[in-house]
Design a protein around this ligand. Structure first.
Ligand SMILES: Cc1cc2nc3c(=O)[nH]c(=O)nc-3n(C[C@H](O)[C@H](O)[C@H](O)COP(=O)(O)OP(=O)(O)OC[C@H]3O[C@@H](n4cnc5c(N)ncnc54)[C@H](O)[C@@H]3O)c2cc1C
Length: 476
């Protein structure tokens, strides 16, 4: 069976890992014949790349404690144990620790290589370093067109592209290709000229990407200064200094409208603060119930959530490691990191950089301008060729549909369905499932989805082998 995986970031790599481990478990459990799975992995970058884990800066830390970052949810301390074997963490040290993200990428690569070696001929992977540009149905399977014009046919497809393009809706003018402007700091090498180049920097966006970018720039010289701005001017909250636990609420009686859910969340927060002295265990507990609560909201409530609540939820749920928060606080006290509330209303090239005008009238002069606003949310507006072809926006027939807000693809537990509800030979995971789950962008969620996608693919491989298996077992 040939499987085409588009995207070799964390999500695509986790699917391969679970596929290989699942195939070995099937063989060792004598689960009957299994058609070998030949994977063609399409990604122009290295394996385990993508926005979060391609950074080489050791100051860029995971924003999830090590105990939440194992490749397999059932072996909670696997990553912690690996860190100990690598000398990154002392034996017996608290697993509530935030490792450099590049180390997690190394861990995933190691675990993946070992799983594929164990699987032998059961699962093979060929990495083609080219982007996919279109996906069409071909018989019972798919045909993927690549950027170089080649085509790859597959029986099944996994779409693991994350959210493929950054948003620049904030920009009052077209900045494409401008000198001293970085549209996407996570593109390989994109930030290096800013870090090495000296001078003040305006960063648009005040979330976790801004924090990483600021940490790299401010660490390059005590002379550097960063001004970060966003409409609300809110920084991510810090993680607590020690593990506080999670209080997972029973949400049965929480109702089905946004107003009801907001009231219940407020009550849960009050209760947890009263009993535990901190809001974090409440927020971390709600994370386990988000998919359930999100499913209860209609499209109008979801749109209101995006407008009114998502920002507040995001800064409390996606937090900075404590050591990063200390760097940020120190830089703010020294006046080297300034955070402004107010959108960008003007951007003018200056002699050696930019003059950026913020709502409220302030004009900031800087040598560099860096976009850290993250991806746009509506898949239908990204202009991504693969999504456009899947959604039929390029005039071809649609294999997929989105939720009404365009946040993600419609699926049945990760298997893509078209607008009529027909199952397609396509699976997806991660950010492309936000429309159904809302919280679907971090490893604790993605690793579970990856295991599920791999299990479905293995079922298909077992079914594909079944007629042959019966023949082989017929008495001669
Ligand atoms: C700055 C930052 C820090 C983060 N830190 C954490 C953290 O500490 N812990 C955590 O759990 N999560 C973290 N996240 C969330 C993180 O995005 C996910 O955990 C994870 O990286 C998502 O993996 P992914 O494979 O879905 O997407 P990505 O990592 O974005 O990978 C997608 C891959 O698809 C490829 N691709 C895209 N389009 C195509 C195409 N058309 N053809 C071929 N290939 C294509 C890309 O080249 C890329 O390699 C962070 C995110 C960011 C931005």
């Amino acid at each position: 069976m040939r499987v085409v995986v588009v995207g070799g970031g964390a999500a695509g790599s986790l699917v391969l890992l679970h596929l290989a481990r699942g195939a070995v478990a099937h063989r060792d459990g004598r689960g009957g014949p299994l058609e070998p799975v030949d994977v063609v992995l399409l990604d122009p970058g290295e394996q385990v790349s993508g926005a979060a884990f391609s950074t080489t800066d050791p100051r860029h830390l995971l924003n999830v404690p090590a105990s939440g970052m194992s490749v397999d949810a059932e072996h909670r301390f696997d990553f912690v144990d690996w860190c100990v074997t690598q000398g990154l963490l002392a034996e017996g040290a608290a697993p509530y620790w935030f490792a450099p993200r590049r180390e997690w990428a190394r861990y995933l690569r190691e675990r993946l290589a070992a799983a594929l070696a164990d699987a032998g001929d059961l699962v093979s992977v060929r990495h083609v370093r080219c982007a996919a540009t279109a996906v069409d149905r071909a018989g019972d399977g798919v045909r993927v067109t690549l950027a170089d014009g080649a085509v790859v046919d597959g029986d099944r497809l996994v779409l693991a592209t994350g959210l493929p393009s950054v948003g620049e809706d904030w920009a009052p003018r077209d900045l494409t290709g401008q000198e001293r402007y970085v549209a996407d700091p996570w593109l390989p090498g994109a930030l290096a000229p800013v870090v090495d180049g000296g001078g003040d920097v305006v960063v648009v966006g005040t979330g976790l990407t801004m924090v990483d970018v600021a940490v790299s720039i401010l660490g390059s010289s005590p002379e550097r200064r960063v001004v970060a701005c966003s409409r609300a001017g809110r920084l991510p909250q810090p993680h607590a200094g020690s593990y506080l636990g999670e209080v997972v609420p029973d949400v049965t009686g929480w109702g089905g409208t946004l107003a009801e859910v907001r009231a219940a969340v407020a009550e849960h927060l009050d209760d947890v603060v009263a009993t535990r002295g901190d809001w974090r265990p409440a927020v971390d507990g709600i994370r386990y119930r988000v998919a359930d609560l999100w499913a209860r909201l209609d499209a109008a409530d979801r749109a209101t959530f995006l407008r009114e609540v998502a920002g507040t939820w995001g800064v409390h749920r996606h937090r900075m490691p404590p050591s990063t928060a200390s760097v940020v606080d120190e830089a703010a006290e020294e006046g080297r990191l300034e955070v402004r509330a107010g959108g960008v209303v003007g951007v003018e090239p200056a002699r050696d950089g930019w003059v950026v005008e913020l709502a409220g009238g302030e004009r900031v002069t800087a040598r560099w301008l860096v976009n850290c606003t993250g991806p746009r949310s509506d898949l239908r507006r990204l202009g991504d060729p693969v999504l456009d072809s899947l959604l039929g926006l390029d005039g071809t027939s649609a294999l997929a549909a989105t939720d009404p807000l365009g946040l993600g693809l419609a699926t049945l537990d990760g298997r893509v369905v078209d607008a009529t509800g027909d199952l397609q030979p396509v699976w997806t995971l991660g950010a492309l499932r936000r429309g159904e789950l809302w919280e679907s962008t971090a490893i604790p969620e993605i690793r579970v989805q990856a295991a599920r996608v791999a299990a479905d693919l293995l079922d298909e491989a077992v079914n594909a082998a079944a007629p042959l298996g019966r023949l082989q077992h017929q008495p001669g």
